[in-house]
Design a binder for this molecule. Sequence first.
Ligand code: ADP
Length: 201
Amino acid sequence: MNKHHKEERTLVVIKPDGVQRALVGEIMKRYERTGLKLIGIKMMKVTESFIERHYTFDPDWIRKAGEKSINNIKEKGLVPDIDDPDKAGKVILQTLKSYLTSGPLIAMVWQGAHAVEIVRKITGGTEPVSSPIGSIRGDYVVDSYEMSGSDGRSIRNLVHASSSPQEAEQEIEHWFRDGEIVDYTHHQEKILYDKDIQGIF
Ligand code: ADP
């Protein structure tokens, strides 16, 4: 039987810059107030190989990240330092390993209808400078492909969020053990999901 929409889950990681900028509460608030349910949370420090595994579940991630970066630079009328998507992607992965192992981070699992899409919308795009006002990456940080590229580092954008329900399940398995995910009912689930809300107010 197909899962109900309300069972969709997504992984969110507050990256080390989010923790050090004291934005943990602010970031969590944005996801929490949508009605999504927090079902797992922990603070951790991770290794470079842990990060490499996370980003290579999708064997095409390296090339796609390189392509996205090259296209963005070209769309701005600039010339990318590296024009080969595989090479550019490998550099991105290398800098990401150093960024994400630089300090503690917070891993969370959020559950609810359209969890992946809603969390991505609230998070914003990869590049803070072009992320919409109102999104976490648009509101709380200044960074761009140009600046991170010329400084030879990762884009600092505070948060990771899974990009599809399938990817989310793989990522959750990578970051959390079974007993660390909590199964419980939130009172507001009745209002959000019950077919008939007569009599519950
Ligand atoms: P997102 O996190 O928005 O889903 P990606 O999966 O493409 O984006 O990339 C993962 C992370 O790698 C980004 O959040 C960002 O921190 C970093 N990153 C991606 N592309 C670049 C780039 N061209 N230069 C520097 N850092 C990058």
